[in-house]
Design a binder for this molecule. Sequence first.
Ligand SMILES: *Cc1c(COP(=O)(O)O)cnc(C)c1O
Length: 383
Amino acid sequence: MNSSDFSDELSALDAQALRRRRRVVDSPCAPELVVDGRPMLAFCSNDYLGLANDPALVAAAQEGARLYGIGSGASPLINGHMTPHALLEKRLAGFTGFERALIFSTGYLANLGVVPALVGRGDAIFSDRLNHASLIDAARLARAELNVYPHLDLSALEAALAASRAKRKLVVTDAVFSMDGDLAPLPEILALAERHNAWLLVDDAHGFGLLGPQGRGAAAHFGLASPRLLVMGTLGKAAGAAGAFVAGAENAVEWVLQKARTYIFSTAEPPLIAHALLTGIDLIEQGDARRQHLAALIAQLRGSLKLKRWRLLPSETAIQPLVIGDNAETMAVAGKLFERGLWVPGIRPPTVPAGTARLRITLSAAHSEAQVARLTEALTEME
Ligand SMILES: *Cc1c(COP(=O)(O)O)cnc(C)c1O
């Protein structure tokens, strides 16, 4: 591994079946895609409510472009903070039930900005082992002491909190874990955080728009309220567009605005996206029928997949991981499905722990029962 042009390193990836490849999609995000010129039925996207190409959202984006143009021109603290951003922040705060919300360009940038704004040297972070990569990178950037606890192991979390002498403590967790689809017990985690004088940052990338009344998110789902609670939600998944927000108490969010470097030193989200998202939040709020249909598809998939060797993880969310185990077998199964016109991504280490390579099936309210049946029949035949 000493070549100067990375060819040995790339060959090593090939040898372990770890080389990642992209495909070109030549149609809007939907269950039926045109991929490299071929029609495919996809179970890949995080467009859980089918809003990414919704006509109302497209019309709102066009209106936003007409009213505000394309680019914001600068970071929010220069002149990039425009009327649709301000309206969207108010709407998000009201919708999620927090005092205030702040918009970021992506969820990755939100986490990378928020965590180092809240904690630094002399402080401590307590992070679930299966948290999203953006939270892991954010913890590194913060330079606080990092305590990783085993997945959902609250006694380990409590012991680490109790033992810590850090100035400020921050617990970070996904609400819905992105590769497993399971839910964190947020009321218990918040109670632990409060008992130990810690802050809690919840990454609600896969809960916002889906969990809680009208899709208000994980905090509403569990009825959480605390001045020490911050929630990061993404706007590129169920909300169908792009971007993210952090919501919390007035002062905490104001502090993030003052300190988050990914907010201060990055161009504000295009105003047409913020404008479109005002419609996106309305569609989420009025989206009970979409959420009910999605729940029915989840039940259909789980009820109809009868497996012998492979294992469907116990998830009640739209993320339905089918663990195959071996990297090469997982990619071979994904490849065979693809040949049959079914696109389900294979997920390998390091995205998931070694030995747990899987198909990450994601369902959307845009899928039909017949489409889910096509997938379960193919999987049953291939196992
Ligand atoms: C997708 C995701 C992010 C990043 O959000 P983007 O808007 O895609 O950058 C952060 N956290 C989790 C858990 C995610 O799944």
